[in-house]
Design a protein around this ligand. Structure first.
Ligand SMILES: O=P(O)(O)OC[C@H]1O[C@H](OP(=O)(O)OP(=O)(O)O)[C@H](O)[C@@H]1O
Ligand SMILES: O=c1cc[nH]c(=O)[nH]1
Ligand SMILES: [Mg+2]
Length: 217
């Protein structure tokens, strides 16, 4: 598995990530969702550099322009809820992609311990396609692991890109063990050191789903 941390080099991406983290700016849920979406657009652009390209002759009003365009058959997938604005950002640039959705939620056994439950999946066939799995947060990595396993029941993608925004070191180590093959690349914008007792990323940004869509019961 290959890991790319796009936050390691200076770009406007880091401004959007700092706005997501900022305890005052993140209160504006419209801006929070839009920043996630903008990061999705940037990541889609970066990941597109890994696609396979071939030359096509494009008819302009005045002649033929030889252009290299992607040949990958792309499926963008996301994990509900916090993944929704991220998914939309990817889809804005990769507008011809197919789409898949998976639900995952933490079902608490007591105050600190939980299992992840997957109850919903809607996906096209994935065999020989390029699968992008988007989720802004990788805390323990369990939601991503289970969504990945659920999606792989729909076929064998030729390449898998896992796209996140903030990942914990623990999640990256965990996913490296769960996704060992060389056809998986993980793209992140920031790598944080710790998890707290509730498995929230420290410093992280808080609860991405709640900040985007409001608190749950
Ligand atoms: O790596 P993990 O420990 O599994 O945590 C990460 C998950 O937590 C968030 O979703 P959450 O469960 O909060 O659901 P929500 O998006 O509906 O709020 C996030 O979007 C991931 O799916
Ligand atoms: O830090 C975390 C962990 C799980 N889910 C979030 O939204 N944030
Ligand atoms: Mg949440």
């Amino acid at each position: 598995m290959k890991i790319v941390n796009l936050g390691e080099s200076n770009s406007i991406l880091n401004k959007f990530v700092s706005e997501l983290r900022d305890v005052n700016i993140q209160k504006d849920s419209l801006r929070f969702r839009r920043n996630i979406e903008r990061i999705g657009e940037i990541m889609a652009y970066e990941i597109s550099k890994d696609f396979a390209y071939s030359q096509k002759d494009i008819q302009t009003p005045l002649g033929i322009a030889p252009m290299y365009t992607p040949d990958d058959r792309i499926v963008i997938s996301t994990i509900l809820r916090a993944g929704l604005p991220y998914h939309q950002g990817f889809l804005s640039y990769l507008d011809y992609a197919e789409n898949a959705f998976v639900s995952a939620y933490r079902k608490y056994k007591d105050r600190l311990n939980f299992d992840i439950h997957i109850e919903y999946i809607a996906s096209p066939r994935l065999t020989e396609k390029t699968l992008i799995i988007t989720d802004p947060m990788l805390a323990t990595g369990s939601s991503m692991e289970l969504a990945y396993e659920a999606l792989l029941t729909k076929g064998h993608p030729s390449h898998i890109h896992v796209a996140s925004i903030i990942a914990s070191k623990q999640a990256m180590e965990y996913l490296q063990r769960k996704m060992p093959d060389d056809k998986t690349t993980i793209w992140i914008a920031a790598l944080d050191d710790e998890l707290d007792d509730h498995s929230y990323i420290i410093p992280g940004l808080g609860d991405a789903g709640d900040l985007a869509y409001g608190e749950k019961e």
